[in-house]
Design a protein. Sequence first.
Length: 278
Amino acid sequence: MRLYHDNLPAPLTQPVSLSNYLTTAAPMMFPMPAFPTLSFSPSQIASVCETLEESGDIERLARFLWSLPVAPSTCEALSKHESVLRARAVVSFHQGNFRELYHILENHRFTKESHAKLQAMWLEAHYQEAEKLRGRPLGPVDKYRVRKKFPLPRTIWDGEQKTHCFKERTRSLLREWYLQDPYPNPTKKRELAHATGLTPTQVGNWFKNRRQRDRAAAAKNRLQQHGLASSTRSPPGSPDSLADGTTSLHNHPLNSPLSSPTSSVDLSVPTEHPVKLF
């Protein structure tokens, strides 16, 4: 199993004896695990991993994984426990070891209960790598391109089509709640998060983005209507503009001698088939 060392001591500037090294530098480089080195069964190890992951104590979880035996038979037995694999993926993600994270997710099939969390880590890891490569935060279009370039592996995806990372039935439920209340309070966000399998933060972000899209669409619609109304009137001061703001029909093409030499058109009567503007 891969070793992780976050806080390495400063390099030694003078020669030291082996005994001094073992009592000073070595403990700093290889901290003692937080758990006693006992002979745990694979099921017990999986239970400890679940407890530490749920508590959010990633540092202790990393130390516990580091303390596990590395015998091939033990590693093979542990690889059959999803809790251990998921714990390794979580530690790899938080330590920025994305290569190890991708290896775990791509080579082990996980149950549906773990999909949401592992999918979020997969995408966020690729987002962070893309941001580091480009030297700037990613916008919605950038993230869309990243998702297209690095689709979810089938080991953490049930094959259902997603739009912006959310399943269609999840989006339908979000839309229903949005129509009822575009500004849900924290309690409603938690209820909706429980119903959709999302986090309250994801729910809040979805509602915020939806409100922004609706405001932008409304502003665009008002602008189009204003432009259409302006196009039907002549600008003030033009020859065809009267003092009261209406448009003169003196120079209208239908009143031109070339348009109808034998008859005139009564413009006060609407035509039988009005012209569609759209």
